[in-house]
Write a new protein. Structure first.
Length: 196
């Protein structure tokens, strides 16, 4: 289980990565135990993720035609499965590619940082979703804010890759593209499975 001190220290490191501070990696426990514990950060991701799913649920219901065959249970399963797969996909793919890519030495630190940084990365999506669900603004404003959040998070993911893997710009951009491609593929696959 996660200790409070580790959570606070790791989130401080995640924030320092967001600010692109060169000392940010010192805040993370990049031991093997720290690596496995960092996956528990998904617990802190859940509230923002749930708010985003709730906003998406509202959008789906508003667009739905009567007798569309929409299932609340299938939607919920879709979201849970997608989060689980997204949480594990990049670590697994990079574990297989670490040696060919020459990132064996920095792989653990990158995954630890990525997991903890995910807690910060989902906050803007959760905040926009909460305001949307509460009716503070409509779909057009929400879409604009979600797009802005995507741009900020892509930049954040670039900084994480560059600092944690200690690589150049092109390599870091490649990691961000790989992560995005995996997320989009997982979303499409899970949507297809649930729809069928």
């Amino acid at each position: 289980m996660l200790a409070r001190d580790e959570v606070v220290r790791s989130l401080a490191g995640a924030w320092r990565l967001f600010l692109d501070r060169p000392d940010a990696m010192r805040f993370f426990d990049i031991s093997l135990d720290g690596f496995w514990r960092s996956f528990a950060a998904v617990i802190l991701v859940l509230p923002s993720y749930a708010l985003t799913a709730l906003a998406e649920y509202q959008v789906v219901l508003s667009d739905m035609v009567p007798d569309d065959g929409f299932s609340d249970a299938a939607f919920s399963i879709n979201k849970v499965v997608a989060l689980g797969l997204e949480w594990l996909a990049l670590p697994l793919v990079l574990a297989l590619l670490a040696q060919p890519l020459g990132i064996t030495r920095t792989y653990v630190g990158f995954i630890v940082a990525r997991n903890w940084c995910s807690v910060i990365a989902v906050l803007p999506f959760g905040a926009v979703s909460l305001l949307f669900v509460l009716g503070m603004f409509g779909m057009d404003v929400a879409n604009f804010l979600w797009l802005a959040a995507v741009i900020v998070v892509l930049r954040y993911n670039f900084l994480i890759a560059r600092r944690a893997l200690n690589v150049g710009t092109a390599f870091a951009i490649g990691i961000v593209i790989l992560d995005l491609a995996l997320s989009l593929s997982i979303a499409a696959m899970v949507d297809g499975l649930v729809a069928s």
